[in-house]
Ligand binder design. Structure first.
Ligand SMILES: O=C(O)CCC(=O)C(=O)O
Length: 298
């Protein structure tokens, strides 16, 4: 991209030392009232519309057999939850979440050069159970030096409905983004260690029985920004109504997307003709897509 960088243009939100301190201490920040009511209604309306639709996932037949078996479909639906993958392919209503002026400055501050990789929604209904403890990056990929935070992967969670303690809200262990705990995490991160400080077995510590864990509660319109090194999960939903969140996950430009989940690349990557509708800053937040080859359906 030849245009001057728009990522670092005068930010609408100024990240303070107190924000950096808190993010470094906890591994997350919870920002209140980011989305206005009309924005919530607009985005939630799109999610509800899309959740009712069926999707042609015939592209999966073109994947390598080993990837085909584990690739996610566009819509994952059961009695108590609905997940949609690859939101930006489904509706432009989600575009504003790529570079929202209240959020984007934090991504630049905590990551250097953030690149949006994955987008999904999760709606939960009464009876939906615990989502086990996990994290998407190793604590070795998180550091803070002389007031500068660097997290290789940062997830942004948009609360479109209230996330009360019994609404199936997220949960996390504050500070665990620096904690070398093995076997608790679902990803292959512990393979890189000869030994970990603590070996917890996930089933023994379901939900808030894990020492140090807390629920992450908030109102519709709030936004959670967290380092993917943070140990996190989801709690049981025992209330009526539907809890819906969006998840916009980012990687710094030093890491490759394709190495992580090649089977799910179609939900990460967008062809140029779809990115044409983006603003210059949204294009820059997704510029890795111009440099990556992916030939399943385009
Ligand atoms: O909303 C939740 O229950 C947690 C979702 C989550 O951690 C994930 O999708 O990786």
């Amino acid at each position: 991209m030849n245009a001057p960088s728009t990522l670092f243009a005068a930010p609408a939100t100024v990240v303070t030392d107190a924000d950096r301190y808190l993010f470094d201490l906890q591994g997350f920040l919870l920002l209140r009232g980011v989305l206005k009511l009309h924005e919530i209604n607009d985005i939630l309306g799109a999610v509800r519309r899309l959740e009712k639709a069926d999707y042609d996932d015939s592209w999966r037949a073109k994947l390598k057999p080993c990837h085909r078996e584990i690739a996610m479909p566009t819509k994952m639906h059961n009695d108590t939850s609905t997940r949609l993958n690859g939101l930006l392919r489904l509706d432009p209503a989600f575009d504003r979440c790529i570079d929202h002026p209240r959020i984007q400055p934090y991504l630049v501050d905590f990551m250097g050069y953030p690149q949006l990789i994955n987008t999904w929604s999760i709606s939960k209904r009464r009876g939906n159970g615990i989502l086990g403890w996990h994290r998407g990056q190793s604590p070795m990929q998180y550091f803070c030096r002389v007031g500068t935070v660097h997290s290789a992967m940062v997830n942004v969670v948009w609360f479109l409905t209230d996330n009360g303690a019994d609404d199936g809200c997220m949960c996390a262990v504050p500070g665990s983004h620096k904690s070398d705990v093995a076997k608790l995490v679902s990803y292959r991160l512990d393979l890189r260690h000869d030994g970990n400080n603590f070996d917890f077995q996930s089933p023994e510590y379901s939900g808030l029985s894990l020492p140090g864990s807390i629920p992450i509660t908030g109102k519709a319109g709030d936004v959670l920004i967290f380092s993917e090194a943070l140990i996190h999960g989801g709690l049981t939903k025992t209330t009526d109504g539907t809890r819906t969140n969006l998840y916009f996950n980012h990687l710094d430009n030093l890491h490759t997307v394709a190495g992580r989940e090649p089977q799910n690349m179609r939900f990460f990557w967008l062809p140029d003709h779809m990115r044409e509708r983006f603003t210059p800053r949204q294009r820059e937040m997704t510029v890795w897509m111009e440099n990556a080859r992916y030939e399943i359906d385009e």
